[in-house]
Write a protein that binds this ligand. Structure first.
Ligand code: KG4
Ligand code: ZN
Length: 339
């Protein structure tokens, strides 16, 4: 089954063709980073406009890279939630148009489920059940993936997402957008033990995360140095901060592994590209004899191939929408999709 997939939940315009949920025939991403970098973060209105301009060309390129015409496509999958509402609407409406004009089934896909599904592409033997740590710019979740479309949330952030915490700290340290990625690039070899950051626990919720205290700590540290006229020790502050974000992520994941005793553990989302997280999570899984899975770097950030992968399993489960489909800005990952 050939699925044409579309992703416009944030600032990347993506289209891909994926066969049977696992084989990527094409994957096109038009990045908007050069525009948003001027503002230090994503400007939603600009993101929506750029999606409108790019979507047609990106979809055409995905089809031509796959050497397929629309007549050889069996269904259209699209990220319908959660995300920036104006950005999502562009992809959803384009997908509805294709579905209507070509009589193709329309498959709405949850953005975080598609991040998890990036692992089905990178590890063709991976099958549920497994535990997953999903770390993106807007979400931080520990989930029990019981089946391809059956999710149970075990823990979640109570305030900022891990990616958001990285981005804000990076901005304070003077690094350009996208901050988390640049912090990894610039600070990965710094002295990660030089500065101490808090590891806040959420009372009564051992699997939940909180990052706002760490963010405040780095802001205070930078202000303090500025007031004293001292240079900001970028490489070492960044390395210490990353280490602490990863420590919090690993700490909660370890508790979940110890309780659930899964055979497999998966990381997903933009922050799963982080070099420290990839290394530390692998070590943790080795300690417990759990098989560890991570997406290839090219599938960590937002892309449409992962939407095509998850879309296939949503389709098999009967999750097909009609033309009343609308984009929704917030949606739980464990929702039961209405048919
Ligand atoms: O999943 P994603 O591409 O978009 C959302 O769904 O939010 O995640 C974007 C987040 C950003 O916060 C970005 O800074 C972070 O992923 N990120 C990283 C790295 N690469 C991307 N954070 C840490 N280390 C990286 N190498
Ligand atoms: Zn994402």
């Amino acid at each position: 089954m050939n699925i044409l997939a579309i992703e416009t939940s944030c600032d990347d315009t993506g289209a891909a063709v994926v066969k049977d949920g696992r084989e990527v025939l094409s994957n096109v991403v038009a990045s908007q980073v050069p525009e948003h970098v001027l503002y230090g973060g994503v400007v939603p209105e600009i993101a929506s406009r750029r999606h409108c301009e790019s979507i047609s060309g990106v979809v055409n390129k995905a089809l031509s890279d796959a050497a397929l015409s629309l007549n050889e496509i069996d269904a259209v999958a699209v990220t319908a939630y959660p995300g920036l509402i104006g950005a999502l609407l562009v992809g959803v409406n384009f997908a509805k148009g294709l579905s209507y004009t070509h009589g193709l089934p329309l498959i709405p896909v949850h953005h975080l489920r598609s991040h998890v599904a990036s692992n089905y592409i990178s590890s063709p033997d991976l099958e549920p059940p497994f535990l997953a740590l999903i770390v993106s710019g807007g979400h931080t979740h520990l989930v029990h993936v019981k089946d391809y479309t059956d999710y149970e949330v075990i823990g979640r952030t109570r305030d900022d997402a891990a990616g958001e915490a990285m981005d804000k700290a990076a901005r304070m340290l003077g690094l350009p957008y996208p901050g988390g990625m640049n912090m990894d690039r610039v600070c990965a070899n710094g002295d990660a033990k030089k500065y101490k950051f808090p590891n806040p626990h959420v009372d009564g919720s051992p699997f939940d995360f909180s990052f706002s205290g760490m963010k405040t700590a780095v802001i205070n540290l930078v202000h303090n140095k500025e007031q004293k006229g001292e240079p900001i020790d970028l490489e070492n502050v960044g390395a210490s901060y990353m280490r602490q974000v990863v420590k919090v992520l690993c700490d909660r994941s370890e508790k979940a592994i110890a309780l659930y005793r899964p055979q497999r553990f998966v990381i997903a989302g933009g922050v799963s590209a982080n070099s420290v997280l990839r290394r530390e999570m692998e070590a943790l899984c080795n300690k417990y004899g759990v098989s560890f899975f991570k997406p290839e770097l090219k599938y960590c950030g937002d892309n449409a191939a992962m939407v095509g992968a998850q879309g296939y399993y949503e389709y098999l489960n009967g999750n097909v929408a009609d033309l009343k489909l609308n984009a929704i800005a917030t949606m739980d990952i464990d929702m039961k999709m209405s048919k």
